[in-house]
Ligand binder design. Structure first.
Ligand code: SF4
Ligand code: MG
Length: 336
C-alpha cells in the first residue's frame, strides 16, 4: 500500500470579534491510495472544516490554518503556491458537497457546465468535450444522457444532480475525492444508489475517498477506516470493522446508540447523548466531552486526554485507556 495523504497536527482557527474558535485542533489523518476514510461526528465537530482545509479552501479571514502539515501525493500542500494548489484541486483532488444545487449554475445547462470543466482540464474541442460529457453521464448512471445535457439543474432530481456532481468531480480522474455529506439531502433509496455508485466508481478508477458524514450507516457501507471527531479533535480512530465490533470512546457509544434507536419507536425514550458540544471559543483544560460523558471523573475535567494507541491500530483519546477498564465501566453504565 502506498501512502497518499498524511495530515499531522492540523489546526484551524476562526476569529470573530475578539474571540478565536479552534474549529480543528491537532488532527492527524493517514490515507493510502484507493482507501476510503470516514470522518464522522455531529455538526460542529470540525469534520467539514477539516475537509475544507485539505482543499486549502478555508475562507481567510476569518479562518486560518494555524498549525500542522498536509502531505499529499508527495507534496507539502501548505508550502506550495496558490497557483500550484489550484492545479492540485483541478487534477488530483476534488470535492462534492451535500447540496449540489448550490455548486451548479442555475442559468447554464448541465451539459455546458460539464463541458466547461472538461475544457478547463484539457485542450479539447467543444464537440469532443460534449461527447465526453455524454460518456460521463452514462458512467454515473444518468439515463438518456444526450437529452439530459441540454437540461438545466432544476430539471434534475436531487439524486440526479448529485450524480452530475460526482461525474464532474471525477472528470479529472482525481487521486482523492472528498465527499462532504453527499447523500444527506437525499431519501434513503437514492442515498443507497449514490453510495453504490461511489463504491463502483472507486473500484474502477482507484480513487481514494474521504467521506464526511454524521451517519455511521454510511461509514459501514463505504469506508475502510474511520475517524470519529468531537469538538475539533479526533477522539477515536481505527478500522471500520474494529469500530463496529469494539467501539471504545464514550462519545462513539453515544453516536452508535443514537443511530441504532433513530427511526424506531424507542427514539423518544433514549436521547443518546444529552447535552451539547462545548463552546470552542472558550479555553478548555479537560476532556472536551466531559460535560456529557457518563464516565467522567475529576481528571477528565482538568486534563485533556491524548490520542493513544490502546491496541493495534486502534487510537482513543480517553483517560480510561485500558480496554478492560473501559468495557467494565461501559457495562456498568449501559446495563444499569
Ligand atoms: Fe469521558 Fe473522561 Fe474519557 Fe473524556 S476522558 S471521554 S470525560 S471518561
Ligand atoms: Mg458539515
Amino acid at each position: 500500500t502506498e501512502r497518499l495523504l498524511d495530515v499531522e497536527n492540523l489546526t484551524v482557527e476562526f476569529k470573530s470579534g475578539g474571540s478565536t474558535m479552534k474549529a480543528v485542533n491537532g488532527v492527524n489523518l493517514q490515507l493510502n491510495k484507493k482507501e476510503t476514510l470516514g470522518i464522522v461526528g455531529e455538526s460542529g465537530s470540525g469534520k467539514s472544516v477539516t475537509a475544507t482545509a485539505l482543499m486549502r479552501l478555508i475562507p481567510s479571514p476569518p479562518g486560518k490554518i494555524t498549525n500542522g502539515k498536509i502531505h499529499f501525493n508527495g507534496r507539502d500542500l501548505l508550502a506550495i503556491s496558490e497557483k500550484d494548489m489550484r492545479n492540485v484541486r483541478g487534477n488530483d483532488m476534488s470535492m462534492i458537497f451535500q447540496d449540489p444545487i448550490t455548486s451548479l449554475n442555475p442559468v447554464l445547462t448541465v451539459g455546458n457546465q460539464i463541458i466547461e470543466v472538461i475544457q478547463a482540464h484539457e485542450t479539447i474541442s467543444k464537440k469532443d468535450a460534449a461527447a465526453k460529457a455524454v460518456e460521463m453521464l452514462k458512467m454515473v448512471g444518468i439515463p438518456e444522457p444526450e437529452k439530459r445535457l441540454k437540461m438545466y439543474p432544476h430539471e434534475f432530481s436531487g439524486g440526479m444532480r448529485q450524480r452530475v456532481m460526482i461525474a464532474i468531480a471525477l472528470a479529472c480522474n482525481p487521486k482523492l475525492l472528498i465527499a462532504d455529506e453527499p447523500t444527506t439531502a437525499l431519501d434513503v433509496t437514492v442515498q443507497a444508489q449514490i453510495l453504490d455508485l461511489m463504491k463502483k466508481l472507486q473500484q474502477e478508477h482507484d480513487t481514494a475517498i474521504i467521506m464526511i458524514t454524521h451517519d455511521l450507516g454510511v461509514v459501514w457501507e463505504l469506508c475502510d477506516k474511520v475517524n470519529v471527531m468531537y469538538a475539533g479533535r479526533t477522539v477515536e480512530s481505527t478500522t471500520t470493522r474494529q469500530l463496529y465490533e469494539k467501539p471504545l470512546h464514550p462519545y462513539t457509544w453515544g453516536l452508535l446508540e443514537s443511530q441504532i434507536t433513530m427511526g424506531t419507536q424507542e427514539q423518544q425514550r433514549l436521547p443518546a447523548i444529552p447535552g451539547s458540544p462545548p463552546d470552542l471559543t472558550m479555553p478548555h483544560s479537560g476532556c472536551h466531552f466531559s460535560s456529557r460523558c457518563p464516565l467522567a471523573t475529576d481528571i477528565c475535567r482538568s486534563k485533556a486526554p491524548d490520542l493513544v494507541e490502546v491496541q493495534d491500530n486502534h487510537f482513543v483519546a480517553c483517560h480510561l485507556q485500558s480496554k478492560e477498564q473501559i468495557v467494565a465501566r461501559k457495562e456498568g453504565i449501559f446495563n444499569a
